[in-house]
Structure formats: structure tokens, C-alpha cells
Design a protein around this ligand. Structure first.
Ligand code: SDX
Length: 371
């Protein structure tokens, strides 16, 4: 038996949800560039779950189902109030809250297709409210109820700030959700599939996936990018900062990718959004600094920015707290996790690879007082 570090290059399943071929990303055959320019997040959710774009009435129905299911059980809100709030990372709160949601859903253990679809809707709807409500509770603010007349992206921003967002903010946030929705067999999606391949329930699969997304080598990178930009502080410092980090053999967050070689096709959209939004806010320094960091890093290493690099300055420009960046990734990616969970259930086999054992040979047990 031979092993491959990090399963690089290993094809672990068949999937008809998204593909990355020659650095082109598609969802169900639609190029991400086309979807980013034209599709709403709700259309993308429908596409990922049904493998086709919705008709008008189907989209209207999905939007209604989502806004009807956004409200949280009061128990979850009460639970947030018991957290050691100044110590809890919002990704840890999200991971715990999604697990808790399963306790308050009568369909949790029902594995029928109909029940799984109901759970999909509830999870997609409530994850937005979990993130926004936790954010408000930890600031001592009252939760904001979702509004039936707002779409998913608008509702998220509204529930977060309590103010109706501007059209340009809604458009930018919606596009960011579209860009993060699915990405083939990334670490969190693989985690979700491994979990539910034991025939565990959807809440368990999504909880496990959130745990995987949390790490800084995966979704957690976007928060670390903003931390880095804040440390750099001004454009002139970018080059020296990057050089010093690389000399110390440190990783620069937001760069490199296991699959892409020429570049992550999502990054150019986020770069453009960063340019526009930072200008709108009169805070171009974040965009300018990002450009300088990209130039300094790629001059040393031929590794282009990934989805996490420019999303940092985009979310910052939308007035979002930096530790909510990764939870927002989850708010979008849950659509992809659910699509993969449903695909796994539909043609399931337990995922159980082998390990190449490299430990000591046979040993004889030694009683404790003879060691
Ligand atoms: C996401 O997989 C997906 O699809 C994920 C994702 C999605 O949508 O789901 O696209 C989202 O997770 C994006 C990635 C976010 N993470 C980061 O930005 C963290 C920084 N990047 C890296 O640590 C790294 O590039 C990874 C984790 C993204 C990929 O890791 P790999 O494929 O295991 O590559 P590696 O760590 O083995 O690196 C190979 C070489 C090494 O140098 P050598 O030892 O061969 O000399 O490239 C170097 C690394 O040191 N390298 C970097 C670097 N990334 C790779 N050096 C400095 N800074 C970096 N960011």
C-alpha cells in the first residue's frame, strides 16, 4: 500500500455538482464567471440542489421557503447568552448552534428524501440567522427578525446591522455568496461526505463540515488576511512585511491552492469588488495594500491569490466584523455541503480508506512497574 500526503491528486468520488478543470470552475456545467455576473444566490442554491436552474415560480417558492424558515428556536438564542462571549469564536458558536438546531428539529433522524429536503431548507435558512443573531447577542443587542420581503443576501445584512442595506451592498454580498457556494471536493465538503456516508444525519454532516472550514488553511484564511492587512497598516509597508514573513518561512494567508495552478477564477471577481467597495467607502488603502501584497508575494512565489484573499477587504468594506468572515463563508458553502450530502445519500457507500502503517513492529505488553 502506498499513501499520498494530503490525498493530493486522489479522486475520491464521482460528483455532478461542481468541477474544476484546467482552472475553470463550473457549477453543474455553468461557468462561475457567468453565474457571478448573472445569477442570484437563491438561483445557485436551487441549481446545486436540483442540478438545473429554477423557473420563475420555483425561485419564488424557494425564496419564500427560505425566509419562512429563517427564525431561530428561542432555545438557541438563550444558549448564546450562556456562552463565555468574549472568548468564543463565532465559528465555534456556529458549529455548536448548528448541532443544537438538530435537537429542535423533529425531522432530524428522518432519512426520507422529503425530510432531508425540509432539513436542507431549514439549515440554509437558519444558518444566516445563527451568524447574525450571535453577532448581535455578543454585543448586547436584540436579535433582528428576518423580513419576508427581503432576499437572502439582503436579509443577512439587515439582520446583522438592523438597517436596510443599500442596493450596492446587497449586490456585492449576493455575488460573494454565489462565488463561495461550492468547490468540488474541498476539505469541508469531503468532511461532510465522510460523515454522512455512515448514514449519519444532515445536522451532523454540516456540523462536521463547519469544524473543517474553521481552520486557517481552509475557510479561516479570510479572517487571517484581514489581520495581516491590519498589521501591515499602510501600502509602503507591504513589501517588507511579506519579505520578512517569507524569510521566516511563514505562510501568507490567501495565497496558494491545492488544485489551481494559474489562478483561482473567483479571485478576479473579488478583486474588482474590493476595488469598487473600498473606493465607495473612501477606504482605498485596503485594496491598494492588497494589490501591493499580491505583487510582493507573487514576485517571490508563483502562487496566485485564492478566494480568501480579496474577500477579506470586500467584507471589511461591508462593515462586517472580521471574525464573521469565515462564518459567512459557511453561510454560503452550506448550500454546497447540502448538495453533496444529498448526492452522497443518493448513491451511498461508507468512506473508509486505509493507512500505511509506519509505527513500530510487533511489541509485547510490559507491565506498568517494569517500564
Ligand atoms: C480555501 O480546496 C479548496 O477547494 C478550498 C477552497 C474552497 O473554496 O473550498 O478553495 C477555499 O480553503 C482556499 C485556501 C485558503 N487557505 C490559505 O489561503 C492558507 C494559505 N495557503 C496555504 O497554506 C496553501 O497554499 C493551501 C493550504 C491552500 C494548499 O496547501 P497544499 O496544496 O498542501 O500546498 P503546500 O502547503 O504543500 O505548499 C506547497 C509549497 C510549499 O513550499 P515547499 O515546501 O514545496 O517549498 O508551496 C508553499 C509551501 O510552503 N506555499 C506557500 C503558501 N502556499 C503554499 N508559501 C507561502 N505562503 C503560502 N500561502
Amino acid at each position: 500500500m502506498t499513501s499520498t500526503r494530503g490525498l493530493e491528486g486522489v479522486v475520491a468520488t464521482e460528483s455532478s455538482i461542481s468541477s474544476i478543470i484546467d482552472d475553470t470552475l463550473t457549477y453543474v456545467g455553468y461557468n462561475i464567471d457567468d453565474l457571478a455576473e448573472n445569477a442570484s444566490f437563491e438561483e445557485v442554491i436551487y441549481l446545486l440542489w436540483h442540478k438545473r436552474l429554477p423557473k420563475k415560480d420555483e425561485l419564488t417558492e424557494l425564496k419564500k421557503q427560505l425566509s419562512d424558515n429563517m427564525a431561530l428556536p428561542q432555545e438557541i438564542i438563550n444558549h448564546f447568552k450562556t456562552y463565555p462571549i468574549d472568548k468564543v469564536h463565532p465559528m465555534a458558536a456556529l458549529r455548536s448552534a448548528v448541532s443544537l438546531l438538530g435537537l429542535y428539529d423533529d425531522l432530524s433522524e428522518d432519512m426520507s428524501d422529503e425530510a432531508n429536503y425540509q432539513k436542507a431548507i431549514k439549515l440554509q435558512a437558519k444558518i444566516a440567522t445563527v451568524v447574525t443573531t450571535f453577532s448581535r447577542v455578543r454585543k448586547g443587542l436584540d436579535p433582528v427578525e428576518p423580513r419576508a420581503d427581503l432576499g437572502y443576501a439582503a436579509n443577512f445584512l439587515y439582520m446583522l446591522s438592523g438597517k436596510e442595506p443599500e442596493e450596492i451592498e446587497i449586490e456585492a454580498f449576493d455575488k460573494a455568496l454565489v462565488l463561495h457556494a461550492d468547490h468540488e471536493l474541498n476539505a469541508s465538503t469531503f468532511t461532510a461526505r465522510v460523515c454522512v456516508a455512515t448514514l449519519s444525519d444532515m445536522y451532523s454532516g454540516v456540523t462536521a463540515a463547519i469544524g473543517a472550514l474553521k481552520g486557517p488553511l481552509h475557510g479561516g484564511a479570510n479572517e487571517q488576511v484581514m489581520k495581516m492587512l491590519s498589521e501591515i497598516g499602510s501600502e509602503e509597508n507591504a513589501e517588507a512585511y511579506i519579505k520578512e514573513k517569507l524569510a521566516n518561512k511563514e505562510k501568507i494567508m490567501g495565497f496558494g491552492h491545492r488544485v489551481y495552478r494559474k489562478g483561482d477564477p473567483r479571485a478576479k471577481h473579488l478583486r474588482e469588488m474590493s476595488k469598487q467597495l473600498t473606493k465607495l467607502r473612501g477606504e482605498e488603502k485596503w485594496y491598494n495594500m492588497s494589490i501591493r501584497v499580491e505583487a510582493a508575494f507573487t514576485a517571490e512565489k508563483p502562487l496566485p491569490p485564492n478566494v480568501d484573499f480579496y474577500s477579506a477587504s470586500v467584507y471589511h468594506s461591508l462593515g462586517i466584523d472580521h471574525d464573521l468572515f469565515t462564518p459567512i463563508f459557511a453561510v454560503s458553502r452550506v448550500s454546497g455541503w447540502i448538495a453533496h450530502i444529498l448526492e452522497q445519500y443518493a448513491n451511498n457507500r461508507l468512506i473508509r480508506p486505509r493507512a500505511d502503517y509506519v509505527g513500530p513492529g510487533m511489541q509485547k505488553y510490559v507491565p506498568i512497574n517494569e517500564r
